[in-house]
Design a protein around this ligand. Structure first.
Ligand SMILES: [Ca+2]
Ligand SMILES: [Ca+2]
Ligand SMILES: [Ca+2]
Length: 285
């Protein structure tokens, strides 16, 4: 064989490096694998891959409607959020386990929840955010988590009412070009309630979020699981043809201070390692 040994070994090392979990501590962990998607009662099935990875920080990117993700400007594009209807569900595997940790929620759920701007484009929330029209995109869904992808803990019907915010220092909630802005942290929980934003302007809401990218945060303490690596959201058919319940999901993250080991089973990496070493050995026999 005409293979050059150092080059081949270099390739194997590169391949192994690509398979190993990255130890970059600043990288936020998100859902990384779609396990199942059932659109339910929807006229157009959604794009479930839109729930994987980090939310794109700009809504309507590349169009005249481009705007940073802010509480007044969530994602609306089919390529960024996945929708399911009654009888629908989505099951996701996280890149790393969320380790149950006292004193902090562990899993962040990012949806298309938004606050209506009472003084566009200033960014001012209404004084009662429970009133119809004061918000949009706020939905409930049944939330389940699992430590093994087989056995599930049901956390019940949960309202996901917390908006997302991709930058911590934008002058406008609708800034089109994020150049020069500081990214918010999708792995940083917050304890704001929806009511905290009532009557507040963009500057005050920015201050309430701090470095957090918002989202509705889930605490695993009550599950009695040591960790969770899978998340499922679902909607039952309410049996009423006049209602068309739906849910939209942008992303799922793990709190930075609760990130555990890789959810991808280690044996898979070992098998690949031995296969590569076997190939290498055969070539030089
Ligand atoms: Ca906790
Ligand atoms: Ca219905
Ligand atoms: Ca998304």
């Amino acid at each position: 064989m005409l293979y050059n040994a150092p080059q081949t070994i270099g390739f194997v090392m590169l391949a192994l490096g690509a398979m190993m979990p990255c130890n970059n501590v600043s990288a936020t962990t998100f859902a990384s694998e779609l396990i199942a998607y059932e659109p339910g009662l929807l006229s157009n099935p959604g794009n479930p891959a839109a729930a994987l990875g980090q939310p794109d920080p700009v809504a309507g990117a590349g169009t005249q409607f481009a705007s940073i993700i802010s509480p007044f400007s969530p994602h609306f594009e089919a390529g960024q959020i996945v929708q399911f209807g009654e009888g629908g569900s989505i099951t996701l595997q996280l890149a790393n386990f969320a380790v149950t940790t006292t004193g902090t929620p562990e899993i962040g759920i990012f949806t298309n929840a938004g606050i209506s701007d009472t003084s566009w484009p200033e960014g001012i929330a209404g004084t009662d955010l429970e009133l119809p029209g004061a918000t949009f995109g706020i939905d409930s869904a049944v939330l389940e988590v699992s430590a093994d992808g087989v056995n599930w803990i049901n956390l019940g019907l949960t309202r996901f009412d917390q908006p997302s915010s991709a930058f911590i220092n934008a002058t406008s909630a609708y800034q089109g070009d994020p150049a020069g802005l500081t990214a918010a942290d999708f792995g940083l929980p917050h304890d704001n309630t929806l009511a905290d934003y009532a009557g507040k302007n963009w500057d005050t809401i920015k201050g309430l979020l701090g470095n957090s990218a918002g989202g509705t945060w889930i605490d695993l303490d009550a599950t009695e699981l040591a960790q969770a690596g899978w998340v499922r959201l679902s909607l039952a058919d309410d049996g009423d043809p006049d209602t068309m319940l739906n849910f939209e999901l942008d992303a799922v993250s793990v709190a930075a201070n609760a990130v555990g080991g890789s959810v991808i089973p280690e044996p898979a990496v070992s098998v690949l390692l031995f296969t590569l070493l076997g190939l290498l050995t055969r070539r030089y026999r």
